[in-house]
Design a protein around this ligand. Structure first.
Ligand code: TYD
Ligand code: MG
Length: 447
């Protein structure tokens, strides 16, 4: 039976229909109609009228941040939790979102309301014991009805609220099941209004669903203030918390953790961890300095180049953009004269890391050359630089920061773009070669 208060709106063109349709009759998009409450904003928004104010008369409040006492987590948030902010923590099921937030809750001063729609209080207690959390400030609420949750929060006024997970919550105002796009969005919007009105920060857990975009954290990204993704590889114990949107801090900031038997532990020097198992004198292995957020991270890129045994050469890139690697292979062939045509080429960013920065280009190109020639590069060498289509090596941002970090860890030689090297004010005791193009870079390291 149709609920007269509900309409279905196309998410791509805004067409409104009184009943659900598989395809929008207006723009032709499939599966784009989502139920909405026509009065949505008005019913929940506070009625108090805002007055225009001069910028100079507004007191800065962003300085007030609450610490979770997990340094990596605080840094990813931009220096702690801002009052009244809504933080989405997205990630694959089982990656450690609940663990992370329970640990953060234990670190917060003041009461925390931990709302779980997935696990019973007993299950959460078992986890808390495993994490050695003896906090008497975390109140568990097994509830999925959002109106009841907001009532409970208004009654207890906690220092923070954790909603685990948004896919299990529902509001009675929409008839659809929890986890549908309409419910997920409506619940998040209500939590947002509540956070802004009360000043209580809200953490929302969102599982990444199989379909990717649908009813997963993506539909919430524009509603919330901060979006953190918890990433990791099942085969590895480390986890990366990455800020992809932050109204109160820089994005792309990462925090590195290790999942242990007793919860997540912080890794203060991730570069050392990622390089700890690097094989000595192996061809095809190269260290690259990448900037993630505000922090340089040294990572190992490996390449394996072998003759194709039959048919089409196989190409694969793990942790890097495949198109980008294909482009580098073409540049190496055409400009540097490497014979890669009949070769299978695999590249891998070690440690399950995913890096999208163009500064990785030079490392990937040189790793491929090193594997092809079967010549290892010096173990204390690292590189960074963007490679252009005519083989030129382009400058990247924050060169000094990258060099400084690598020097600190014990690297002695660097190959970077000529432009970057000419602009340097300090060499940090490194032997730096500025290369204008790929050929010069290959020559500099004897490939
Ligand atoms: P969890 O936080 O429940 O993941 P999510 O909320 O993202 O679904 O973490 C689940 C995984 O973490 C599970 O496979 C067990 C593992 N784990 C540990 O290895 N050590 C621990 O101390 C805890 C609590 C969990
Ligand atoms: Mg969970």
């Amino acid at each position: 039976m149709a609920n007269p208060k509900i309409v279905y709106q196309c998410q791509s063109c805004g067409y409104v229909s009184p009943k659900w349709l598989g395809r929008c009759p207006d723009c032709g998009q499939w599966n784009s109609l989502v139920e909405e409450r026509p009065s949505s904003g008005r019913a929940t928004r506070s009625r108090s009228k805002a007055e225009p104010r001069l910028i100079s008369s507004i007191k800065e409040e962003t300085g007030k941040r609450t610490s979770t006492h997990i340094a990596e987590f605080d840094r990813v948030l931009g220096g702690g939790i801002v009052a009244g902010s809504v933080i989405l923590v997205g990630g694959d099921p089982g990656i450690g979102k609940s663990t992370m937030l329970l640990q953060a809750a234990a670190g917060l001063k003041g009461g925390v309301l931990y709302v779980s729609g997935e696990e019973s209080p007993e299950q959460i207690k078992i986890r808390a014991d495993r994490l050695s959390i003896k906090s008497d400030t975390i109140a568990l609420l097994p509830e999925t009805d959002l109106e009841n949750i907001i009532d409970a929060a208004e009654g207890t006024r906690p220092a923070a609220i954790i909603i685990d997970s948004i896919q299990t919550m529902y509001t009675g105002e929409l008839p659809s099941a929890p986890g549908s796009v309409g419910q997920v969005r409506e619940c998040a919007t209500k939590l947002m209004f509540f956070a802004k009105k009360s000043g209580i920060p809200v953490f929302i857990v969102g599982h990444v669903t199989k379909e990717g975009a649908i009813a997963g954290p993506r539909v919430l990204e524009h509603i919330v203030d901060t979006v953190l993704y918890f990433e990791g590889d099942r085969g590895h114990s480390y986890r990366i918390l990455r800020a992809v949107k932050n109204r109160f801090g820089s994005t792309n900031e990462i925090g590195v953790f290790e999942m242990t038997d007793s919860g997540l532990s912080e890794i203060e020097n991730p570069s050392e961890l990622f390089l700890s198992e690097r094989p000595a004198n192996a061809a095809g292995s190269l260290v690259v300095s990448s900037i993630e957020g505000t922090r340089p991270l040294l990572v190992e890129i490996q390449a394996l180049v072998t003759p194709t045994s039959f048919g089409m050469p196989r190409r694969a890139a793990i942790g890097m953009d495949f198109q980008r690697v294909s482009l580098l292979i073409a540049v190496l062939e055409k400009i540097a004269g490497l014979h890669l045509g009949g070769m299978d080429i695999f590249t891998n960013v070690v440690g399950g890391l995913k890096i999208a920065e163009p500064a990785m280009d030079l490392g990937a190109a040189l790793a491929i050359a090193s594997s092809l020639r079967e010549l290892p590069v010096p173990p204390d060498l690292f590189v960074f630089g963007e490679v252009g289509l005519s083989g030129e090596i382009r400058a990247v941002s924050q060169a000094e920061l990258r060099l400084k970090e690598a020097a600190k860890i014990g690297f002695r030689k660097a190959v970077i773009s000529k432009t970057n090297s000419q602009r340097l004010k300090d060499t940090f005791g490194l032997d730096i070669t500025g290369a204008g193009n790929l050929r010069e870079a290959l020559e500099a390291i004897g490939l």
